[in-house]
Design a protein around this ligand. Structure first.
Ligand SMILES: [Zn+2]
Length: 322
């Protein structure tokens, strides 16, 4: 055993003492990594506003502490009492800050749930609950995203596992109407959107519904020339540049590389959710787009800290949907 000044001390501790020591060490690690040791401290650091979750009033005063030791606020308008995190996914969180930060870090690499359970020593239910809660915070995340400059648009498809395939029926030729269509766009600044658009090849209307609000008018759209793109391009007043899909044509490959790469990232990401509930697919896509943005800006904001900030500043209440 390698000796240092704490060896004898640490090995002399009983189980409870050691457990306390471990917690203290973890707290210090959190302090060093994130500058805070609880979600409430993080909410204060990132200046989350204590807005009344019942009536939405921002007028309140501090009113002591809850039995769990959280700062309590009382609404000046409706007298409701609440904490800073009442309306967040951390309301009455039972998992420790340290474990949850570990979980968030693993989720930023999309580590499979089973592996999260193993590494963090948490139950499958806990891991699943927190994944759902975190996804809840990216609900509608893509709604406000705008792409500009040169914008590539396309579609990619994935199997709909909720549709049972008859293993004896021969697969239809061409593009199956059973495939889920994901409409994608990426600009030269690597802003991206990925929106589910029903099944099978999309119509002009579906393309417009998915992308119109994300395209800054008067930009330049680069695509494979599918007719379903025309109405979108016309109505946004964009110019159009076409490369017919042909994986043997170097011109196509080089000009469409960005969006084809995006499809590759997306597929590798979604592959981890095989057997997933298709109803959650848009959540997975939102999380993917969110993480891509975090990665893009990684130099400005260390990833896990940025996610922590996002999570404590987002109002989201996790509601069980079944
Ligand atoms: Zn109120």
């Amino acid at each position: 055993m390698s000796e240092n000044e704490f060896s004898d001390f640490v090995f002399s501790l009983d189980k409870d003492q050691f457990s306390n020591l471990k917690k203290t060490v973890e707290t210090r690690i959190d302090q060093q990594l994130y500058g805070v040791t609880s979600f409430e401290e993080a909410a204060l650091l990132y200046e989350r506003k204590p807005v009344c979750p019942k009536c939405g009033s921002a007028s309140c005063h501090e009113d002591g502490y809850t039995p769990a030791g959280h700062r309590r606020y009382r609404c000046d308008d409706c007298n409701n009492s609440y904490t800073l995190l009442s309306d967040s996914i951390f309301n009455s969180a039972k998992i420790s800050f340290h474990k949850l930060m570990g979980y968030i870090s693993l989720m930023s690499f999309n580590v499979p749930l089973e592996m999260c359970c193993e590494i963090l020593d948490i139950s499958a239910n806990t891991a699943e609950l927190w994944r759902k809660k975190i996804f809840e915070t990216v609900n509608g995340y893509q709604d406000h995203l705008k792409l500009y400059g040169a914008i590539w648009i396309d579609e990619t498809y994935m199997e709909d596992y909720s549709i049972l395939h008859d293993q004896f029926s021969s697969r239809k030729r061409g593009l199956s109407r059973d495939l889920i269509c994901i409409v994608t766009a990426i600009d030269s600044y690597k802003n991206m959107v990925a929106i589910i658009s029903g099944h099978g090849k999309p119509s002009s209307k579906r393309i417009k519904d998915a992308l119109k609000s994300h395209i800054t008018p008067g930009c330049h759209i680069i695509h494979d020339g599918d007719r379903s793109h025309n109405a979108l391009i016309r109505e946004t007043g964009c110019t159009s540049e076409v490369y017919k899909a042909n994986t043997k044509d170097p011109n196509y490959i080089s000009h469409m590389a960005l969006i084809n790469n995006m499809h590759g990232w997306l597929k590798r990401y979604l592959w981890r959710f095989i057997g997933m509930d298709v109803v959650n697919l848009q959540s997975y896509l939102n999380w993917f787009i969110y993480l891509q943005r975090c990665k893009r800006d990684n130099e400005l904001w260390p990833k896990t800290t940025r996610i922590l900030r996002h999570l404590v500043l987002t109002n989201a209440r996790f509601t069980r949907k079944y």
